[in-house]
Design a binder for this molecule. Sequence first.
Ligand SMILES: Cc1cc2nc3c(=O)[nH]c(=O)nc-3n(C[C@H](O)[C@H](O)[C@H](O)COP(=O)(O)OP(=O)(O)OC[C@H]3O[C@@H](n4cnc5c(N)ncnc54)[C@H](O)[C@@H]3O)c2cc1C
Length: 504
Amino acid sequence: MDRRAFIKMGSALVVVTSVGCNLRTQKGVSRQYAITIDSNRSIGHLAREAVGREVSQDLSTDVLIVGGGIAGLAAACSLKDRESIICELGARFGGTSSAVSIGNQQFSQGAHYDLSYPSFYGREGLELLEQLNIIEYNSKVGRWDFIDKQHLIKSKIEERCYKNGEVFSSVLVDSELKLNFLDLMQPYEGRMPLPTTQIAPEDLALDQLSFAAYLNKYLPVTSDFMEAVDYQMIDDYGGRADQVSALAGVHYYRCRPYYANPEPEIFSPTEGNFYFIEKMMKHLQPEQMKASSLVVGLEKLKKGWGVDVWEVEQERKVRYRCNNVVYAGQKHLLKYLHADGYKTFSDVIYAPWIVINIELEGDDLGKSIWQNDYLSSNAQFLGFVNSGAQTEEGNRVLTAYYCYPDVYHHMVQDVENGAEEIVEQTIGFINTYFKQDIRSFVKHVYVKLLGHAMPMPVPGYLSKNRRLELDGMTFAGADTGRLPLMFDALDSGIQAGRLIGDKG
Ligand SMILES: Cc1cc2nc3c(=O)[nH]c(=O)nc-3n(C[C@H](O)[C@H](O)[C@H](O)COP(=O)(O)OP(=O)(O)OC[C@H]3O[C@@H](n4cnc5c(N)ncnc54)[C@H](O)[C@@H]3O)c2cc1C
């Protein structure tokens, strides 16, 4: 890889390292709060540093896994019989399922929930979750339930939606149109599994048109209704209904029996899906996990692979010789690491996200609702999660989410230079929601910038035939043509592990 390509790769990296801390006073409010920014900015510098360095040590392993998100860790779990190490560029594992420590607890800085799994979901993902003691089969209702019941969200405090000064019980407001919409989705009940690789070929036709085009074909949709559907599509897929496929849209509403009795359980610990990350890490050996380790070179050798890794803390470059590689990092970086591998993923579009955890101290907000949706003229702001609905311990943390169009990668990175503006804007939205000023309770704000966070399931994305094995390197991750969901990322890792495991 040449120097320019390397610098570009560095500036495009997603996961974050540097911390900034500002204290500021609000006009008329005596409280000061600190802002900690978790950003990838310093990675570019680190990557440049690595370019001119000599390899300081030659090491070896059987399988090297690039990326310590859900997919990379699942690959390591599925390769338990083989020697493997996982290189993760972040100081913490987790990727878009990571968390931040606040007080004695951890709070999600990305994926924050999952739902109990129907019995028609893929066997291998369910087996791994069972093996990790996360789920157990509930034969009374025929589904897989979570074992740690303390993390389940009670249905009466599940959701509230703020829209133009009014409060509703859900984003899709009850109406005749909603009933017709649900009727339209009904035939797909039980036909929208995870992993998405198990969707029946006859349903893949839905991948050829956008969800908006599909709805317009069958329903007299109104602009209000489409605004609500757009909100839900952005929330889960990073794109509006006219951007994502009808297959992704139908999957969203029918991957679980949401309107059945009992409804699926919502599982949301304060640390969100970092819960799954920790479970997998405990299943592996500590020496397998190399944090702050940025993979900067991938070379196919006559036999096996040579992988260059920049160890951020030791400030040194090491080279691993290995038999196989599982590449579970974001695929846009393959442009700089392995041009041939990139070809199969060059169509993937990523939505950038910003996650803001606001720690409050001594607040008087009272009753807590878990998911607080917020529909307004600012389409990027997607509301917030209230930790008061997850735990009664410690300070309350409100976790706000923003999703941006894919062209905003750099804008999201630039927030590092002026996070006060977005923090103040967020507090403003939350004030409107609660109809009171929360500023005097704000103790500390944590801002996480995720440049290439969510692969968007545009038409053609889910059904495209991709080459997932190349000369002993396999590809894992939600961005291998899967939906940006925990179970799909998990399964992609299992399959990538099996693909090389089978070959030996
Ligand atoms: C804001 C947000 C909210 C979400 N909410 C939910 C939710 O509630 N429920 C749900 O099911 N899903 C949710 N998702 C989707 C879910 O987070 C993802 O599908 C899943 O975590 C993806 O895991 P992954 O391993 O495929 O990728 P990632 O999490 O992106 O992990 C890739 C890892 O590779 C590392 N990496 C990349 N390049 C290199 C390199 N060169 N060297 C070393 N390491 C490298 C990265 O640092 C990263 O840790 C959400 C996503 C986002 C962005």
